[in-house]
Design a protein around this ligand. Structure first.
Ligand code: AVI
Length: 316
């Protein structure tokens, strides 16, 4: 049993608005369901970002230049990485991920595919400051954070993370780090809600898997058939929220503690913030990053931003 999972779930279920952090979606079942989501017709972000990474390689090379060490945050299966490594001439590739076996497997695959690029996998939680291997400490860095995972964080956490990335990426000598980051765009709410509530119900299964996971791992008795998946656009906060809503009054236990929900009451399971050009610039600026280039796909659904760390300035 994962003690952090238990602590997060119990603390979250005790709140007036029940909530469980979205990072607990990703057990083996959840990770597979997320892979399935990325293939869905309605889920445009993966497709749109891949279009940008495929089409803009020459522009990335011009704006980034050769010789940087690419540090990928939460590299997972590193599916998007070859597109970037092919385009620029990096000095090294450092995938960071919390899942060690998966990380080493993906890193070995990339090392075979790019024999000229030294690959140094680092098993770490990228939400904290990460010590990079000494062999790359002098190299200028490019952080790579695709997928709009930044959108799953509330602004305060997003700024903390972006600032900590800036620290992780600092080189020993002078050259400022850069960051290539995927950020999903604000658009028609109907398209957004469809992306998070697909016709085949894969996203519903992904959301409901969290309740199954609680039952499996924390001696839970949640009647999952009495929960329904809800995805709704919250315009004021520019985010899609996912919830699990009780369709009737229910009572259940988790790790021996009793909980109940009224009909219509929800467990908040995910935020997926969407950005405009300006809100993206502002979020990055709050963490010490200045936007240098911005690319979108042909339908203007998704953006990839190249930012550079800049010195803080207090006066205008
Ligand atoms: C991982 N993350 C960027 C996805 C998103 O779009 O917010 C997670 C997801 N949740 C439901 N569908 C996809």
């Amino acid at each position: 049993m994962d003690r952090a999972f238990r602590a997060d779930v119990l603390a979250g279920l005790r709140q007036a608005q029940k909530a469980v952090p979205a990072r607990w979606f990703y057990d083996d079942e959840g990770s597979q369901l997320f892979e399935d989501i990325t293939q869905l017709e309605e889920y445009y972000p993966t497709r749109a970002e891949a279009e940008i990474l495929e089409a803009r390689g020459a522009e990335f090379a011009g704006a980034i230049g050769p010789g940087r060490a690419v540090v990928e945050f939460g590299s997972g299966s590193s599916v998007k990485t070859p597109l970037l490594l092919k385009a620029i001439a990096p000095a090294a590739y450092i995938p960071l991920d919390i899942a060690g076996d998966f990380l080493r497997e993906a890193a070995a695959g990339l090392a075979r595919q790019f024999p000229g690029i030294p690959v140094h996998p680092v098993e770490a939680d990228f939400m904290r400051h990460v010590e990079l291997p000494p062999s790359v400490s002098a190299l200028p860095k490019l952080g790579f954070f695709p997928g709009s995972t930044i959108g799953n964080m509330v602004p305060r956490t997003a700024v903390d993370l972006l600032r900590s990335m800036r620290g992780t990426l600092q080189a020993d000598h002078g050259v400022q780090p850069m960051l290539l980051i995927g950020m999903d765009l604000v658009k028609d709410p109907a398209a957004l809600e469809a992306a998070y509530d697909d016709a085949r119900g894969v996203t519903a299964d992904f959301n409901l898997n969290l309740a199954h996971r609680i039952n499996r791992e924390l001696d839970g008795t949640i009647p999952v058939e009495a929960l329904r998946h809800v995805a709704r656009w919250e315009d004021e906060l520019a985010r899609v929220e996912m919830h699990l809503e009780a369709t009737r009054p229910i009572a259940f236990e988790v790790s021996g503690e009793r909980f109940s929900m009224q009909a219509g009451e929800t467990i908040h399971t995910e935020n997926s913030h969407k950005f405009t050009r300006r809100s993206a610039n502002l979020l990055l600026a709050a963490a010490g990053w200045t936007t240098r280039h911005r690319w979108t796909d042909s339908e203007e659904l998704f953006s990839v931003i190249l930012a550079e760390a800049t010195e803080p300035r207090n006066a205008p």
